[in-house]
Design a protein around this ligand. Sequence first.
Ligand code: NAP
Length: 259
Amino acid sequence: MDLGLKGRRALVCAASRGLGKACAMALAAEGCDVTIVARRPDVLAHAADDIRDCTGATVTAVAADVASAAGRALVLAALPDPDILVTNAGGPPPGDFRDWDRDRWIAALDANMLAPIEMIRATLDAMIVRRWGRIVNITSGAVKAPIDVLGLSNGARAGLTGFVAGLARTAVRHGVTINNLLPGPFDTDRLAVVLAAQAAKDGITPEEAHRRRAAANPAGRFGDPAEFGAFCAFVCSDQAGYMTGQNLLLDGGAYPGVF
Ligand code: NAP
């Protein structure tokens, strides 16, 4: 299937590793010019080389913190009018809500709720004028099934999800869709951090936590980031133009509900 993405300009936030990088890789493979963002310039440059080598695409790397206004300004100076925006940032640390003061909550809201909203605010209207755009927010399966140690994530992402649900219905008649991808357990560095915290809580080794969690998933394994990236590319395709405001769960069937 030709996804109709050749020549589209994609901006993928938090994309030097993990799910963001996988989305950038898949979009580049479909013919997009991609701009990728992350904070550490060395890791980012390596990711850009990797995507270029694998796809032959034009890749621009912007070292910036998307959770800060100054970082977002750098990103938007490099690509002010993307056709495709993938919002993403690192997840907040796991822990116990008794230990989180206001500053901790504000940091989580900045990274996982307000940064995506600010990026959408800066790019949506130009997409509407061009009558084509795709916005994909990487959130979490925890939006549907909150995880106790990830309270900061549960709270911040619920706020973004509610906001997007309203906005998406106003943009789709102009050819712009806004959807959220909800990862379950994908084999990335972030998952290793979450499993280490769970292991400490349960008094087991990280390896044992890894084994138990993979075995407990209906698929019997963790997700491969490449599966996530390919799905992101489809959500950005011409063919997906009638789907908006959706929360799309990719979790191997871990969420047990019907809806
Ligand atoms: P990851 O492997 O830790 O990669 C995170 C990427 O984001 C890195 O490239 C990192 O580079 C970049 N990044 C982090 N904070 C940033 C910031 N403020 N500005 C710019 N770049 C930033 O994480 P992942 O597993 O791909 O997860 C991506 C998102 O999905 C996270 O929000 C995570 O909580 C969520 N999620 C993941 C899973 C999973 O199983 N993997 C499940 C549910 C939800 P730098 O550190 O150099 O900036």
